[in-house]
Structure formats: C-alpha cells, structure tokens
Ligand binder design. Structure first.
Ligand code: SF4
Length: 701
C-alpha cells in the first residue's frame, strides 16, 4: 500500500519508462526506488534512474526566473513573467505580420509531457498557422515512424514488454540496449538465463555489452543493413521458412520484396556486409525456426540517410514469418526518449497531425481545425529539425522557440546550428538548466519546471500511458511548460487556451483521439491515478487497455492488410570515404549519461563509469596511425574537428571509429563534441539525419 509521503511516478530518461516510488522525508529530502508494482520494471532501476533524486534536489544549475535582453549587445536581465511573455508575443506578432506565419517555429523535445506537446501543436498548427513545429524525436525516431506507417498503416508499436518472456528469438539491430535500455535488456537477459534455448542475434559494427548475451554477433559494415536483412529474407524464402498462409491472407506486395531480396546472391551480400556467409544463414535459420520472433532496433537503423529502407527491410522479416499479432512476436522499435511516443500521438512533428491523423488528408485537417476552433491547418509539412535550422541560417525563418532540448550539442553538423541561432532575429529558450549550451543563444530565457515539479502524462515504448504527479515545488519562478505555453497563447490573443491545469489539456487531447485507432477517450487522470498505467487504445471508461495490437490481423491500412515494402535502395547513400577521410565515424550513447548531460552530468556517481568523451578505435587502425591507448587524437571530418582521448581495442571493426554523442564544448571548443564532425544529410522521406556514417580521419595530437 502506498504511504502518505510516497508518490508513484515514471523515470524521466529513456523510453523504457520505469516506474519509480519517490519518498519525501519530514525535512523535504527525496529518495527514489524502483516501483515493485509497476509492470515495466517490477522494482528494478538502472544507474540513471537510481540517481534521479540528486538531479531533482540539486537546483544549483537551475534557471530561476525569466531573463531577457533587448538586443544582442546587451546581457540577459531578470524580468517578470508578464514582461517576458508580452515581449515574446509582441515580437512573434510583428514577425508574423511582416514575414508570414512560416517565419516562426517551435523546436521541442521527446522529454516534453504529452500535455505540453499537445499545446505547442495546437498553438502552432491551429492558431499561428504554420506547421513549423518539430522535435528532437526527428533525430531519433522518424525513420521508424515512417516504417510503421508504410507497413502497418499507422505509427503503431504492435507489442508489449510482456512479449519478451514469450519470445524465443531476438534480433537486436543497431542498438545497444544493455547500456541504453538497461531494464528492458535485463528482462531479456533473465529470460535467456531461464531459457537457454532462446536465441539472441546482435547486428552492430561494435562488440557492445549487448553482445555478451548474444548467440550470434553480426559485426556489420556500417550502412549495409538493408543488404543483410534482404539476404535473410532471401534465405527464408528459399528455405521455405515463410508463413505462406499469413502472407496470402494478411499481406500485400510480397512479390516486390521477393524481387528486392533476390537482387543479390547470399554470397555477394555477405561480402558487402563484411559478415561470414554462414553467420547470415545461421541468423536467418534462428528466425525461421523461431516460434515467436521479436526484432528490436534503435538509432543504428533510424539515424541514416537510408533509415526508412533499413526499417522496412527489417520489418519485412516479421511479415515473411507471420510473426506479428501473436504472443512473443513483432517488430519493436525502442524509443530513446521517455515520451517520444506521446509526442507522436498528439502529432508533435512538422509532418504529423493530432491522434495519428494525416496532414495530407483534407478531412483530417478539417476535423482538427474545427475541434480547435482556430485557423485552417496547412497541408504542407513544416520545416523538420534540420530544415528549421537551415531556414534560420538562410533568414527564411526569423524566430524560434526551443523547449527542453539542447541543439547546440545534439544537432548534426552543429556549427550550422550555431550559425542559425546567431542569425535568428529572436530566440526563446525554455529549459530547466543553465547547463544547456543553447541557453547562451537566448534572447528570452524562460525557466521551466522539471521532473517531480509538474503533473502530466507520458507514453513509453510499448504504448503505455502513465501519470506523473507534481511532488515538489519548482525553484524560483519556474513554471510548468504547459502553463508557459497557454499563458503565451493568451498573450497572443488566441481563444481556447484558458486552461486552469494540465488535466484540462489532457481531457481535450483524449477527446480528439475519439474514434481513431489510438482512442484513449476512456482514460482519465482519475483512472491513471487510481488504476495505474494503460496501453492504448483505451476507448471507453471500463476498457482495460490493449497490450498487443493486430491480434485479429486487421491492420490500420485502408485495405486492413499489412504491407510488405521493398526498400527504396539497397545501398548506403551517405558521404563517401576517401584517402583523406578513410574511416567511418559512428556516434551513440554511453551507459550512465543521458543526451547532452544537462542532468546526468551533475551527478558525481554517474561520472565514475565514463567521465570523459573518448574515441573508440580498432587496434590495427591505431597502430597504422602510431596512436596508443590513452593518447589524445584529432578527429577530422569535412565539417570540423574534435580532440579526444583514444580507447584502443578489437571490439570495433577496422575502419570504423565511435564517439559518444553526449559531450558539448568542454575545456576547448573542439574537445569531445561529436557533432562538430557529423553531416546533416537526411533520409529523403523521414528527414532523419545520418548520425551513424560520417567520413573522418584520425591523427595523433
Ligand atoms: Fe530510467 Fe530507462 Fe533506466 Fe528505466 S531503463 S531507470 S526508464 S533510464
């Protein structure tokens, strides 16, 4: 039973979405532990979650009151909330009047709560009259969104974490869940320990911690994933390990995928992927022989100039084997951020519309604009993340409002983002911490409430919606993001923003989902508080939620079938290596840090694992460059340089190097910031950037 000073909430970091019990003692000190009753983590927490109490209680870095400057030559000065939001409204109105609504935009975050995401969308698309609202989820999830829509009709993760214990084969591709989704991976490890026959296949150019549990590690050459998945598809078809009945009754386009899979021989595919042919066959055999097969993936597939092709090529394997809509089976995209899924539900991207409606569909646009009672919604997508920064740099966009994200560390080819913010007429940064490098570019800095300081909801990777209560007061004058947004909308003179609390925003969002495939009109705050978390859809007030989708094989497409998709290319379209830049840089996460370290960077315990940025390099490549373990090296790409300490091993493929993405400018301008190097090429459909393939050279410093 919950004690009086105990509060149940959700971890603010990754998309696993673990339940946490927060306890406050009589002096106000906070302690956290895993919620033993929460179905996701059953009491477990990883190192990041376990140390959230330090993040919540250390307010030394917090932005405490609104700060504003009248011109770039002036320092930021403390102002009242009214002055800050009056100025923001005056500047936005004047820019919109002069240059049109597409000259402004909002850049938000997969860490925003659903209510905040909902409001910023309503404000931008429904009232300002532009679709320029995008999110850092574009940098991590958008290729999976497009993949799901193409294959299943909507952006719909079909399975649950509870399917893990029902599966006997996992293909983990382009992901290191042992470090990046630790509690989810702990469940896989436990399952394997209890059932040694369960097969785990890992596809990664690096031998990561995830490989320690794997039966088979396919150490792939970066960029060749489509060729690998097609080769597996070919083997499954040739060996008659496909589910003909499922394909016939519940799919379309099988022939197109077959044709794509047969373009290359297995031998040629193995050669191009740099993987032994027998290993590809063995992996395909594990999948073909499985009773229940789950594929899991994250950024290694999504963050690519061919990210959508990689997604569909992988998902084709689930359709070929009929491994969807049944226990322990399905393609499972693991979300990086805690509420990337919630953001997508409210249409929180430049190319989406609320409740999985289509921006390109006039009926859908009218439904939403009638519901909001604002302007007609435009049919053309707004600027996506990288396009937004390009538009700021070129002057097409004049003002940007950045919420809960730190693009000065996280954007690809980050010098462009710096130029863009310098060039913008007006930059609003709404955040909790001065540790964010982006705050330095703010003309208006707004203090936001953080974790435990506001209420709202989030949806984790398995469609599970949970309620997060307000437990403590925000420091200084910080306000919940939702309140900042509705106060601003009121200053703009827009009607329909006279909310009194987050609950009213949530109710409005739920009503807008009614009758859609993600209907949560039966899920109130009261139910979430009293009955716990639910997986959507939850279409009526006694509905128990939906752990698994498509159990009736009725997919969300117009014809109700699942759609095979031939990848639009087999071959990687990233920038080319050459004699000047012969190595491929891959970027990613480390175990104890989160995003750009504004929170985890201030917890001493989390610095003991990996305290500084480093470059992982194969011993052969290091030897050829006379670099030893621990040396400082300069990494150079066509866009910039980074100085960093080198870790030498045989765990990473030759000709591939790895840099963590977390560090910004430390010590010196070029020390450790991976995105000095990365390129801003994007997938042509998902517009997700290509963080995983950038041509570099490394020399000893
Ligand atoms: Fe938080 Fe993710 Fe760790 Fe769970 S696995 S405690 S959600 S960071």
């Amino acid at each position: 039973m919950q004690k009086k000073n105990e509060h149940k909430t959700i971890c603010s970091y990754c998309g696993v979405g673990c339940g946490i019990v927060v306890e406050q003692d009589s002096k106000g000190n906070i302690s956290v532990e895993g919620d033993p009753d929460y179905p996701v983590n059953k009491g477990m927490l990883c190192s990041k979650g376990k140390n959230l109490n330090y993040v919540a209680q250390d307010t030394s870095d917090r932005i405490l009151y609104p700060e504003m400057r009248w011109s770039r030559n002036h320092p930021l000065q403390r102002v009242s909330w009214d002055t800050a939001l009056d100025r923001a409204a005056a500047v936005f109105k004047s820019i919109i009047e002069k240059h049109g609504p597409d000259s402004v935009g909002f850049y938000v975050s997969g860490q925003c709560l659903t209510e905040e995401y909902y409001l910023v969308n309503k404000l931008t698309k429904g009232f300002i009259g532009t679709n320029n609202i995008d999110t850092n989820s574009r940098l991590c999830m958008s290729s999976a969104v497009v993949g799901y829509k193409k294959m299943l009709g909507e952006d719909s993760v079909p399975i649950s974490y509870d399917d893990i214990e029902l599966s006997d084969c996992f293909l983990v591709a382009g992901a290191n869940p042992a470090w990046c989704h630790p509690i989810l991976f702990r469940r896989i490890e436990n399952h394997k320990e209890n059932n040694p026959n369960v097969k785990i296949i890992v596809v990664d150019p690096r031998k990561t911690q995830t490989c320690a549990t794997a039966d088979l590690h396919l150490q792939i050459l970066p960029g060749t994933d489509v060729i690998l998945f097609n080769a597996m598809a070919r083997w499954l078809i040739e060996k008659k390990k496909i589910d003909k009945n499922f394909i016939k009754k519940h799919t379309v386009n099988f022939d197109a995928v077959k044709e794509s899979a047969f373009q290359l021989s297995m031998k040629k595919a193995a050669e191009l992927c740099g993987i032994p042919l027998e290993d590809i066959k063995k992996a395909a055999m594990y999948i073909g022989n499985a009773n229940a097969f789950i594929s899991m993936w994250t950024m290694g597939l999504n963050q690519s100039v061919i990210g959508v092709s990689k997604n569909v090529a992988l998902m084709n394997l689930s359709l070929l084997t009929g491994q969807i809509g049944k226990p322990g089976a399905g393609p499972f995209s693991l979300t990086g951020q805690p509420n990337a899924m919630g953001g997508r539900e409210v249409g929180g991207m430049a190319s989406l519309l609320a409740a999985h409606r289509e921006l390109g569909n006039p009926k859908h646009r009218k439904e939403v604009s009638d519901f909001w009672g604002g302007k007609e919604i435009k049919s053309e997508p707004g600027y996506t993340a990288t396009e937004m920064f390009d538009a700021l740099e070129s002057g097409k966009m004049k003002a940007v409002w950045i919420i809960c994200t730190n693009p000065i560390v996280s954007m690809p080819n980050v010098h462009k983002a710096e130029k863009a913010l310098k060039n913008a007429n007006f930059v609003v940064v709404q955040d909790i911490s001065h540790n964010s490098e982006t705050t330095k570019y703010a003309d208006l800095l707004l203090p936001a409430a953080g974790w435990l300081e506001k209420e709202g909801t989030m949806t984790n990777s398995e469609r599970r919606i949970s309620y997060l209560p307000k437990v403590i007061d925000a420091p200084g004058e910080a306000l919940p993001d939702a309140e900042i947004l509705w106060r601003f909308a009121q200053k703009m003179g827009y009607h329909g923003f006279d909310y009194k609390n987050a609950s009213e925003v949530y109710d409005e969002h739920c009503l807008l989902t009614k009758g859609t495939e993600i209907d949560i009109s039966g899920l109130s705050y009261e139910r979430l508080k009293n009955e716990g978390s639910f997986q959507w859809p939850v279409p009526h007030a006694t509905h128990k939620g939906t752990p698994r989708l498509f159990t009736d094989y009725q997919f969300f497409t117009n014809d109700k079938k699942s759609h095979f998709n031939a990848p639009y290319t087999l071959y990687n379209k990233s920038e080319l290596t050459n004699s000047e830049y012969p190595l491929i840089l891959n970027t990613g996460r480390v175990r104890d840090q989160w995003h750009t370290r504004t929170k985890t960077g201030k917890v001493k315990r989390l610095l003991t694992h990996i305290p500084d940025p480093y470059l992982e390099m194969n011993k052969v490549d290091a030897y050829l460059r006379k670099i030893k373990d621990g040396d400082i090296a300069v990494v150079k790409s066509r866009r910039g340089t980074v100085r960093v300490k080198v870790k030498v091993n045989f765990d990473i493929r030759e000709k591939v190097v790895f840099l963590p993405m977390h560090w910004g400018k430390v010590l010196n301008n070029d020390f450790g910031r991976a995105n000095n190097l990365t390129n801003d090429l994007v997938d042509p459909v998902s517009k997700e950037p290509d963080f995983k393939y950038c041509a570099v050279e490394v020399t000893k410093y």
